[in-house]
Design a protein around this ligand. Structure first.
Ligand SMILES: O=C[C@H](O)[C@H](O)[C@H](O)COP(=O)(O)O
Length: 223
């Protein structure tokens, strides 16, 4: 199976998970990226069972609306039953690195509101230790140099994502060379740097369920 076929397989498994676990009329959070896009496509036939969807990025909003889904404003919603999203890396404890597409801040907000975070990945994303994938950090533009110096002190090599502006009008520093043995601690440390909006470690609020596509099957892993 190719990586794309695994992404499609896990997207269909996520659609089935939502059909089985989300009550009719409840609200679903939808992530960002190529795997989430396959999920949106798979979800479309059951759109009338949903009370609406919350998008984690402008790109996802457009795709959902283009498929005829009711896209709600998070400020009008108190409850998201399930949030489905991909990841760039996920470890055994279901802590993740996210933000390869730059959507980490809105993804973290939607994840914080959701009861259940379902991560959908192909097997290449499953790692023993987070950090091979550069850690994205969203930064207020005027703080870019200050934040980069602070991130270097934490042992990483930050690189500005050239020509990229987030949906929130900010910059991304991708931090290379981190070996992340304590993701929860590092997530809080980075969030504590003045000028950081959020970082791509999802450890304090990791996934609750992992649907992991291998070349032969989709495995279900629970926290
Ligand atoms: O900002 C992007 C998101 O965090 C994505 O969930 C992540 O980058 C994985 O994307 P993909 O499914 O395209 O590998």
């Amino acid at each position: 199976m190719t990586q794309d076929e695994m992404k499609q397989a896990v997207a269909h498994a996520a659609r089935d998970y939502v059909a089985a676990h989300l009550p009719v009329g409840a609200i679903l959070g939808v992530g960002t990226g190529s795997t989430a896009n396959y999920f949106i496509d798979a979800l479309t036939p059951m759109k009338d069972r949903l009370g609406g969807v919350i998008a984690s990025s402008e790109a996802t909003h457009q795709r959902l609306a283009g498929h005829g889904m009711l896209v709600l404003d998070l400020n009008d919603v108190e409850h998201i039953g399930i949030y489905v999203d991909g990841a760039d890396e996920i470890d055994e404890s279901l802590a993740m690195i996210k933000g390869g597409g730059g959507a980490l801040t809105r993804e973290k907000i939607v994840a914080a509101v959701a009861d259940t975070f379902v991560c959908i990945c192909d097997a290449s994303k499953h790692v023993a230790t987070l950090g091979r994938f550069p850690l994205p950090v969203e930064v207020i533009p005027m703080a870019r140099a200050h934040v980069a110096r602070q991130l270097s002190q934490l042992g990483g090599t930050p690189k500005l994502r050239e020509g990229f502006i987030t949906d929130n009008g900010n910059l991304i520093l991708d931090v290379h060379g981190l070996r992340i043995n304590q993701p929860t601690t590092l997530e809080s440390q980075i969030d504590g740097i003045a000028g950081v909006v959020s970082n791509g470690l999802f450890a304090r609020r990791g996934a609750d369920v992992l649907l992991l596509a291998t070349s032969s099957a989709v495995k279900v892993v629970k926290r």
